[in-house]
Design a protein around this ligand. Sequence first.
Ligand SMILES: [Zn+2]
Length: 293
Amino acid sequence: MCLDPSTKPGDHLAPRPRYHATVSTWVEIGDRVFVRRYEFYDQNIGVVLSDGAVLVIDTRSTHVQAREIAADLRMLTSYPVTVVVDTHGHFDHAFGNHVFRPATIWGQAGCPTFLTRTAETRRARVARDEPSLATDLAEVVIDPPDQVFETAATIDVGGRPVELRFLGRGHTDHDAVVSIPDADVVFAGDLIEGGNVPFFNDAYPLDWPATADALAALVTGIVVPGHGDHAGHAFTVEQATAIGAVAALARRVDAEDLGLEDAIALTPFPAFPPEDIRAPLKRALAQLRGELS
Ligand SMILES: [Zn+2]
């Protein structure tokens, strides 16, 4: 259970107005590794190409949005998508899965469970809060990953190894980190975010700092957050530090060393209004008090 009754497991409707619209085009960030930013939630979709094989990382919010990815892929390759990885089961990362069948869909072992458990709640809530998506959402076929891993797996993408890792609980309890070693690129899912405070409503804020540190240790080249600009090691460390500071502030509040409002004022995300860490702090306090499932 959560302290904030408006926050339920599976929620992923953080206000996203600070995301800025971007020109959507494929950007090659490593050898045959591409990212494309879609305006809705300023989301990053990744692609890895090799001989006759196409890997897509995350599938967006509806079958219509996923079909847009498939159409845009024609600019890169004539081959069909052979493998998908869901970085996690939030609707904006996994509701488009079904469009890419019969491709294999990978996720961390907790991803199918999360997606199945939360999908209908999500579908209803997103339809309410994003009315322009309501009709499409009603038609989405929920199609969870059929291939899972616990801590690590290596996928062969046309002879290219792509590594999947679970670094610990963080943004969710099943975040998959995708590394393409021969291109020195890491897709981090929503363990870090560009353009917004990371989303904590399904998070494990006391675990997330160590997970983010482990992510930072993996990043030697380019890192692609789930949303916003792709970046590098320094940004990853900056995010990990801020996520650690949220946990530290919550511990002080829990110890009555600091009031909640004072903790909010000390936000470690100075680019955003301090109020933006109210929900993260509440989630961290809930975990400290044993109120998360
Ligand atoms: Zn997410």
